[in-house]
Design a protein around this ligand. Structure first.
Ligand code: NAD
Length: 497
């Protein structure tokens, strides 16, 4: 009963036609015929329509943001933080509506949608509080001759934030709110798959008191909007979340552009592994494996891709795992009984089904979960598990509900660790064991930003579990952690005799 109003708000959000357009200086700049954005669970359902940004929108947004920056950087941090907190309040008040849009545009299940809206709110509040802590007062450092030294943090200028579709609200909002809290103006380029949420969130930020010239949104794809934006010398920093190939491409664009040398924060994918030994509690471990690999249809950067299971328990664990997969219910993500919704697009579905076909040819298929119940008009991919010989069977991140299982001999744990590190990624890692020494041994050696022991590998809590990887998985600093804001600020000292 308590949840009924939330359900009604979700239904209202689903019934609504949402709109995205470049929003520059608070004005929606519509032009031409918009593109229909359809529900990934049923492509016949139109969620809204999007007008894409063009070169003049990029220029106008940068011109306004550049002009607005000096005033915004001088705005007391208290006022910047309070605006972010008001934005969090509005999300809280419209929780069900934003869940509804998360479900319809992003194809996420109801529990995923709760986590999505929650995480966006947590980012807004955490960076507001942390900015007050770091920006309100300079650090005073007494000099040897009685001089005064003061160290100030200052917004850098205009930050470009480039975000992915898989956390359409949280990762649009998180980096942008950090940049704003630190005294930057922002030009945000959301993923082309999820422009509607970005436009809705932009309105929330403006209503909350982020000035219209301080925050702009430019829907569009990488080549036509992202690159022209990043090539512009008025951009003073980039916060990117997405695939590693895109991050490398952006690195090249930044290296070749005119203008200042700027920070590039990249949070990218992973080829995340879990090691499960024979002392693990099998029921718990298998539940955690299924959640880590298949929830959100595997479309999480932190998701489990490769399970290393000690060979003595290999048969038992595979039996339990395939049994659990048979119970997974695919279907409309708006229904509470659904475990797994669609993948984001027909292209993603084709790529994943192609991966499954190749694996069926070259590896041992353990199970493809049944597709029954999933509508024929949605981008549904049957979760699959394969047994492979080793990491070499995989080229890189497979962003969907595909789990790969490798059996290992406990005398060869070092080889497992080496194989995991040899991928070059370093995002999440899981360990299921009851031996403390094994935890210490593995955690000391596996390169991973976030290691999870005897639990699942999904869902990080802002301010409690700072999140982010190393190597191919990202540059750091960790999102939702105590060092994140520093990367968005420049340090200035004042030395006074
Ligand atoms: P993607 O790299 O295809 O796109 C990400 C963003 O970059 C989009 O907005 C896209 O339009 C833009 N883009 C693409 N080409 C560009 C270019 N040349 N110049 C500028 N911008 C460009 O990634 P995706 O498919 O949207 O997201 C999924 C990926 O994101 C996965 O690899 C996942 O692991 C990763 N991810 C990482 C984290 C993390 O915290 N580490 C979190 C979520 C997702």
């Amino acid at each position: 009963e308590e949840l009924a109003p939330l359900g009604r708000e979700m239904d209202r959000a689903a019934a609504q036609r949402w709109e995205a357009a470049p929003i520059v200086g608070g004005q929606a700049r519509r032009r031409g015929t918009p593109t229909e954005i359809v529900d990934p669970a049923d492509r016949r359902r139109v969620v809204g329509e999007a007008h894409w940004a063009g070169p003049d929108d990029v220029d106008a947004a940068l011109a306004r943001a550049t002009r607005a920056h000096p005033d915004w950087a001088r705005t007391p941090v208290e006022a910047r933080a309070a605006a972010l907190e008001r934005a969090a309040d509005e999300l809280e008040q419209r929780f069900g509506e934003f869940m509804g849009l998360t479900v319809r545009e992003g194809g996420k299940t109801v529990p995923d949608a709760v986590a999505e809206v929650r995480e966006a709110i947590d980012f807004l509040r955490y960076y507001a509080v942390d900015a007050r802590r770091k920006f309100a007062e300079p650090i005073r450092m007494p000099g040897p001759t009685g001089e005064r030294n003061e160290l100030y943090l200052h917004g850098r200028g205009v930050f470009a934030t480039i975000s992915p579709w898989n956390q359409l609200l949280a990762l649009f909002t998180g980096p942008a709110s950090a940049a704003l809290a630190a005294g930057n103006c922002v030009v945000a380029k959301p993923a082309e798959q999820t422009p509607l949420m970005a436009a809705a969130m932009t309105r929330v930020l403006h209503r909350a008191g982020i000035p219209e010239d301080v925050f702009h949104v430019l829907p569009g794809d990488g080549p036509s909007v992202g690159e022209p934006l990043l090539k512009d010398p008025r951009v003073a920093g980039v916060a990117f979340t997405g695939g590693v190939d895109t991050a490398k491409r952006i690195n090249r664009v930044l290296a070749e552009r005119d203008g200042p040398i700027i920070p590039f924060i990249a949070e990218t994918g992973g080829l995340n592994a879990m090691i499960m030994d024979s002392t693990a509690l099998p029921e718990q471990a298998v539940m955690d494996i299924v959640q880590s690999a298949f929830m959100s249809a595997g479309q999480r950067c932190s998701a489990l891709r490769v399970l290393f299971v000690q060979d003595d328990i290999g048969d038992r664990v595979t039996r339990m795992l395939t049994g659990a997969m048979d119970e997974l219910r695919l279907g409309d993500p708006g229904e509470l009984r659904t475990d797994i919704g669609p993948v984001i697009s027909p292209d993603a579905k084709e790529m994943l089904d192609g991966h499954a076909r190749a694996m069926e040819r070259n590896a041992k298929l353990l199970r493809r979960a049944p597709l029954d119940g999933a509508g024929e008009h949605g981008n549904f991919v049957a979760p699959a598990a394969f047994e492979i010989e080793g990491m070499n069977a995989l080229q890189g991140e497979v962003f969907g509900p595909m789990l790969h299982v490798v059996r290992y001999d406990k005398r060869r744990l070092d080889e497992v660790i080496d194989a995991i590190n040899a991928t070059g990624y370093g995002l999440t890692h899981g360990i299921h064991t009851r031996i403390d020494n094994t935890v210490d041994y593995v955690a000391d050696r596996v390169k991973a930003g976030n290691t999870y022991v005897n639990r699942n590998m999904v869902g990080s809590v802002v301010g409690v579990q700072p999140f982010g990887g190393e190597g191919l998985s990202g540059t750091g600093p960790k999102a939702g952690g105590p060092h994140y804001l520093y990367r968005f600020a420049t340090e200035r000292t004042l030395t006074i005799d």
